[in-house]
Design a protein around this ligand. Structure first.
Ligand code: C2E
Ligand code: MG
Ligand code: MG
Length: 352
């Protein structure tokens, strides 16, 4: 066959094969050769394999398919060889479509913000909401953030989407203030890429000021992974607090929980992830939550439980002195009109 370096850390090989096993044999030979040269450190190689079934296909297209397959190894532990399949090709194409549509979707306002109420456990009353973005495509289908946010995060597009959602929420709050209406704080999610983006803090401060709203009306949620304790992020987070923002630590307990992020970063609220709440009825799960709540309280933080779906969970959370809950048990994320009529007006009616 023939082989060579295609650029960066990508190498290409075109090899004739008798059967699939021959390919793995060739790869093992290459890896053994590489190991001989790198005895002092471990070098991991990934292979994307495309088996040619149409000999008339252009070599560049064959190479693209192999490269698509190789990209699937990224971020997967112990996966070193991926064979290109039609399914992988379709998935990558679908993802690329989503990324390509982003600009037009923003211009046509296809991103819609939903609001999920947060309830205070003591008073059993709504005290705020979280803004959650949805994508309503032109043909009417809804795409959930779980599908497009990871793609936008990879591509840096998330920075624009986060700012779009932040602007929307600030303008809703500003409008209510101008009309003399009461406002409830609405938290907004911010991805790690957004914090790193140049001048993010100045831009967000300007948006708050332009809308004439208090900083406390738009708390910012950072996932714990985003709040990871590297020096640069810690400094940025402190700068955000100095600028006036209230910060909530999102998804606590979902993966990279760290004591450092608790004792070094000035968060106002800790949001317990649904994956912790799911085990609240089990002894060990409950102990973890009990002590996390008491630790957070002793550090002066409020605690909000996410993903609460059952009455029993509410009861336990109340007995553990959790401050707030957010979950399908009380309300799903709602479009603004429903949120305004059902939640804000209901709260105002309670006060009268
Ligand atoms: P998150 O910030 O942790 O938001 C909570 C997610 O849990 C929401 O999913 C919400 O609908 C869901 N949820 C709430 N209560 C329950 C429940 O009782 N049961 C279950 N099964 N789920 C519940 P959603 O809206 O699909 O958002 C997923 C994630 O996407 C969010 O997780 C957040 O990380 C991200 N996201 C959403 N909007 C934005 C945004 O504007 N910017 C950024 N960067 N991320 C966003
Ligand atoms: Mg959140
Ligand atoms: Mg969360």
């Amino acid at each position: 066959g023939t082989y060579g370096r295609l650029g960066g850390d990508v190498f290409g090989m075109c090899v004739p094969y008798e059967d699939g096993a021959a390919i793995y044999h060739i790869l093992e030979g290459i890896r053994a050769e590489i190991r001989k040269h790198f005895v002092h450190y471990y070098l991991e190689t990934c292979a994307g394999i495309y088996l040619v079934d149409d000999p008339d296909m252009e070599v560049a297209a064959m190479h693209d398919n192999a490269e698509i397959a190789a990209a699937q190894c990224k971020g997967q532990y112990m996966v070193h060889d991926v064979l290109y399949t039609e399914e992988i090709g379709q998935k990558v194409l679908r993802e690329q479509h989503i990324i390509d549509e982003m600009d037009a979707a923003l211009a046509e306002q296809q991103f819609i913000v939903y609001f999920q109420p947060k309830y205070q456990l003591k008073k059993m009353a709504p005290y705020g909401a979280e803004a959650l973005v949805r994508w309503k495509r032109a043909e009417g289908t809804m795409v959930s953030p779980g599908e497009f946010i990871p793609l936008f995060e990879k591509d840096g597009l998330i920075v624009r989407l986060d700012e779009y959602v932040f602007r929307k929420v600030c303008s809703i709050q500003g409008e209510r203030i101008r009309l003399g209406k009461k406002i409830l704080p609405i938290s907004v999610n911010l991805s790690r890429a957004s914090i790193h983006h140049d001048n993010m803090i100045c831009r967000y401060v300007k948006i708050v000021e332009e809308n004439g709203i208090p900083f406390s009306s738009v708390p910012i949620e950072l996932t714990e992974t985003a709040a990871l304790y590297n020096d640069r992020i810690s400094k940025l987070i402190e700068k955000m607090v100095d600028a006036g923002f209230e910060l909530h630590m999102d998804d606590f307990g979902s993966g990279y929980s760290s004591m450092t992020s608790l004792n070094q970063l000035p968060f106002d609220t800790l949001k317990l992830d649904k994956s912790l709440i799911d085990y609240i009825e089990n002894f060990r799960g409950q102990q973890v939550i009990r002590h996390t709540i008491s630790l957070a309280h002793s550090l002066g933080m409020k605690v909000l439980a996410e993903g609460v779906e059952k009455a029993k969970q509410v009861e336990i959370l109340r007995s553990l002195h959790c401050d707030g809950i957010q979950g399908f048990y009380y309300a799903r994320p709602l479009p603004w009109e429903n949120f305004e009529t059902k939640v804000i007006r209901a709260k105002e009616a309670c006060k009268k």
